[in-house]
Unconditional design. Structure first.
Length: 343
């Protein structure tokens, strides 16, 4: 018998999380359940920091980016007695189940915690859109719109100055955002973490364009992309987070130096960074978030724990958390190959 549930948002935020929180609250209250927001991701369950949600707290938030309950990259498995503290606080706040909204890390924690008897369901949320079995993760559509708009704007200035414009896009191990944003924004070269790149190939494109009278080139590069033959990614800092990730950044500058040296073109680099994660969600993202939020509540009602609410082949569905977390989402090879024709 469910009486109270908690919502937890963890990892990097994005634009439509609040739309999911709103949907969860509305549907859960129709079943007579209480809903609390767990503050700042797993940190809130380690420290016992929660906020009661009511109709007022979710009114109007469908249009707001960020997350009203806060987020962090806390991993209770890396904190002394972290799991014990999470269990104690779940008991203290009488949470019958938790809905986790996040990427692999956040949903990976609930996957492991369910082995300790904690009841949870997940929702995919990441601009990287790299969660297996879900066509979309909350936030990815808004991020693609941002990338597309920035590429549109950068085209005109690259053209005016006859420059190479390199646009660094988020995506640690997954090039989904760079690929989709790059195709939509008309990038001439798209570089992604899944496929090591070759400077010779990039220069071939620049030269071909020049022959056609196009004296500028726009390159979309995912922050995790690396040249052929190189092992490590380019990092912006040495600090490692609770999940073992370092902050990436700088590949655009490395590419710019090399291309300037080898082509003589002037280059400029734009790092889109957290602009891709903020601001108003698109209509599509709001709808995905709303559908997944409602599905997650109904999964709890039906006793379908340890599962993730997903959009699979266009329909709302649920898959075991273990599958969603441990399987890799394949790169859309067809779109990648097609992107190489468009310069
Ligand atoms: O996981 C989503 C993501 O946006 C990655 O694409 C990026 O590498 C990372 O988060 C950046 O995180 P932070 O907010 O910690 O800088």
């Amino acid at each position: 018998m469910i009486k109270k549930i908690g919502i937890l948002t963890g990892g990097g935020d994005s634009s439509a999380i609040n739309a999911a929180i709103r949907a969860i609250y509305i549907r859960a209250s129709q079943f007579g359940w209480k809903v609390v927001g767990i503050k700042n991701g797993w940190d809130g369950l380690v420290k016992g920091n929660v906020m009661e949600l009511n109709r007022d707290s979710v009114t109007g938030i469908i249009a707001e980016g960020g997350t009203i309950v806060g987020t962090s990259r806390t991993n209770p498995f890396k904190i002394e007695n972290g799991v014990e503290k999470v269990k104690e606080n779940i008991k203290k706040f009488e949470l019958d189940a938790i809905i986790t909204i996040g990427g692999d890390d956040t949903n990976g924690v609930i996957t492991k915690l369910t082995r300790y008897g904690i009841k949870g369901v997940g929702i995919p949320q990441t601009i990287d859109n790299d969660i297996a079995h879900s066509d979309y993760a909350i936030g990815c559509d808004t991020a693609v719109e941002v990338v597309t708009e920035c590429l549109d704007r950068l085209h005109t200035t690259a053209h005016s100055h006859s420059r190479i414009m390199i646009v660094e896009i988020m995506g640690r191990d997954a090039g989904w955002l760079a690929l989709n944003g790059g195709v939509a924004g008309g990038a001439d070269v798209i570089l992604i973490p899944e496929v090591p790149f070759s400077y010779d190939e990039i220069i071939k494109v620049i030269e071909e364009r020049k022959k056609r009278g196009r004296d500028f080139t726009v390159i979309a590069v995912a922050e995790g992309a690396k040249p052929e033959g190189e092992e490590g990614q380019i990092t912006a800092s040495c600090t490692v987070d609770n999940f073992g990730h370092v902050q990436l950044g700088g590949v655009g500058n490395v590419i710019a130096r090399e291309l300037e040296k080898r082509t003589g073109y002037g280059t400029r680099v734009v790092i889109l960074g957290h602009l891709q994660r903020g601001g108003k969600p698109t209509a599509f993202d709001r709808i995905v978030a709303t559908r997944l939020g409602i599905k997650a509540v109904e999964m709890i009602r039906d006793g379908k724990f340890s599962e993730m609410a997903v959009m699979e082949n266009g329909s709302v569905n649920s898959v075991p958390l273990e599958k969603a977390i441990n399987e890799e989402k394949p790169l859309d090879r067809e779109l990648y190959e097609l992107s190489k024709l468009l310069y």
